[in-house]
Design a binder for this molecule. Structure first.
Ligand code: FAD
Length: 466
């Protein structure tokens, strides 16, 4: 047999969980090898966050050009070459994944392109076409991520797409049906709608973007309708029949059977953790719990004390920044530092139009936790910068505890909500009060002033609203 090579830390998976863990551990003096059977950068950089935002950016500019007259401009013969849009997306992805490999290399992390399988709790084999080395690790971080959930009546292939194919269509379809109005379905559906595709969204719940307050998702609904998107709430998708040129989806709504035919069907109904298959978690003795998720302690340790799990394979929000956060905690725990997770402040963002972002508690959640919570809502229409950006449609809500003044949460729907949420995360993290925000001088004219205005409103002396 072959002898095992010794390594301090084996990281399995090079998404925003794995690659960050590998870099942090290397910084702390560990000898690290990281394996990925797909592409370095994981879902996030290759078929998730980054390519979706690149396409959304193209769609946004295309829409803005159509409304050039609003800004005193004229733009004639505007057209989309979707092949070139895809090339732009690919160039963005390549820059970012190239950056990840460069960082790993600079930190002297050994990279292995291939699959990892456990042999036992101390050893794993790494495989590719050319070699299959065997490693004995002191510690291991599993960061194998997730894949799209495939529903029985809608097997991926042909005209039925997962988000992965939905990001890579070579040309624009004329029409698209989306099953699932979560953030991925809405981001992709709205992107296509802005390019002129006739989009129908089938959502089982009574609202899209179920993770966000209804007053937020309503703004997105309004904008979707402007792009002629049809949204069917309370829709139970039942079956799909495809020909070589289209697909017909049958669904039930309000007790009635209906159907819709389109060029493609995009199914975005959630993601499943990659804890099954050939990874061999059982050989390592790692327990897998409900829905395929691995239970971990506050240092991201599994039931096997030198094996850690992070990112989409552990409970909690399946978001890139949560994976990276856990990565740093696990790497530091392995290096003997007193790190542990604190989830009170994980922002969530939908890159819809307008963007929706939240952090901490909503007013309702805060009250359930026993706080004397108050929510103060300031409109984007009262902010000069928002108006210059054609972004008057939006609002920021800030939730604080009226006993202590502590900021407990915030919800933002509007242009650049994704960037604005950071200040509120910092406020919660640092234990800032509503007064701290109100007293902080925010540059004029910026969207940041909305946050200050909302804080003044919360204190009862707003300047820019009545
Ligand atoms: P992943 O990124 O899934 O990476 C896991 C890696 O492990 C993969 O590269 C895989 O090849 C590898 N792997 C699996 N098994 C093995 C094995 N046995 N051996 C070797 N390698 C293996 N999140 C956000 O925060 N913001 C967004 O805007 C956002 N947009 C998204 C848009 C879309 C369309 C999708 C699909 C997701 C989006 N996400 C977004 C979610 C985000 O991509 C995930 O939460 C994140 O990628 C999870 O990181 P991870 O490190 O846990 O796993």
């Amino acid at each position: 047999g072959d002898a095992s090579l010794d390594i301090d830390l084996l990281v399995i998976g090079a998404g925003p969980g794995g690659y960050v863990a590998a870099i942090r551990a290397a910084q702390l003096g560990q000898k690290v090898i990281i394996a990925d059977k797909g592409k370095f950068g994981g879902v996030c950089l290759n078929v998730g966050c980054i390519p979706s935002k690149a396409l959304i950016n193209s769609a946004h500019h295309y829409e803005a050009m159509q409304h050039a007259a609003d800004y005193g401009l004229s733009a004639d013969n505007i057209s989309v070459d979707f092949g070139k849009v895809q090339a732009y997306k690919t160039s963005v992805v390549n820059k970012m994944t190239g950056g990840v490999e460069m960082l790993l290399k600079a930190n002297k992390v050994q990279m292995f392109q291939g699959e990892a399988m456990f042999i036992n709790e101390n050893e794993a084999r790494l495989f590719n076409e050319n070699e299959a080395p065997r490693y004995r690790f002191k510690n291991c971080i599993i960061a194998t991520g997730s894949r799209p959930i495939e529903l029985k009546p809608f097997p991926f292939g042909g005209r039925i797409l997962s988000s992965t194919e939905g990001l890579s269509l070579p040309e624009l379809p004329k029409s698209l049906v989306v099953i699932g109005g979560g953030y991925i379905g809405i981001e992709l559906g709205q992107m296509y709608a802005k390019f002129g595709v006739q989009v129908t969204i089938l959502e089982g719940a009574d609202t899209i973007l179920p993770g966000f307050d209804k007053d937020m998702s309503q703004l997105v609904v309004k904008k979707l309708k402007k792009s002629n998107v049809e949204i069917v709430n309370g829709a139970l998708a039942k079956s799909a029949e495809q020909t070589d040129k289209d697909v017909t989806v049958t669904y039930e709504v309000g007790g009635e059977q209906k159907s819709v035919t389109a060029d493609y069907l995009l199914v975005t109904v959630g993601r499943r953790p990659n804890t099954d298959g050939d990874l061999g978690l059982e050989l390592a003795g790692v327990k897998v719990g409900e829905r395929g998720l691995i239970e971990v302690d506050e240092q991201c340790r599994t039931n096997v004390k030198h094996i850690f799990a992070i990112g989409d394979i552990v409970p909690g929000a399946a978001l890139a920044h949560k994976a990276s956060y856990e990565a740093k905690v696990a790497a530091e725990a392995i290096a003997g530092l007193p790190a542990k997770v604190d989830y009170k402040c994980i922002p969530a963002v939908a890159f819809s139009d307008p963007e929706c972002a939240s952090v901490g508690y909503t007013e309702k959640e805060a009250k359930e936790k026993g706080y004397k919570a108050k929510s103060s809502k300031f409109p984007f229409g009262g902010n000069g910068r928002a108006v210059t950006l054609n972004g008057a449609d939006g609002f920021l809500k800030i939730v604080h505890d009226t006993d202590t003044g502590l900021v407990l949460g915030a919800q933002i729907a509007g242009v650049e909500a994704s960037n604005m949420i950071a200040e509120l995360g910092l406020a919660i993290e640092m234990g800032a009060t509503i007064e701290d925000i109100a007293l902080t001088i925010h540059a004029h004219p910026t969207l940041g002033e909305i946050t200050m205005d909302a804080a003044e409103l919360a204190m009862g002396h707003p300047i820019h609203t009545i």
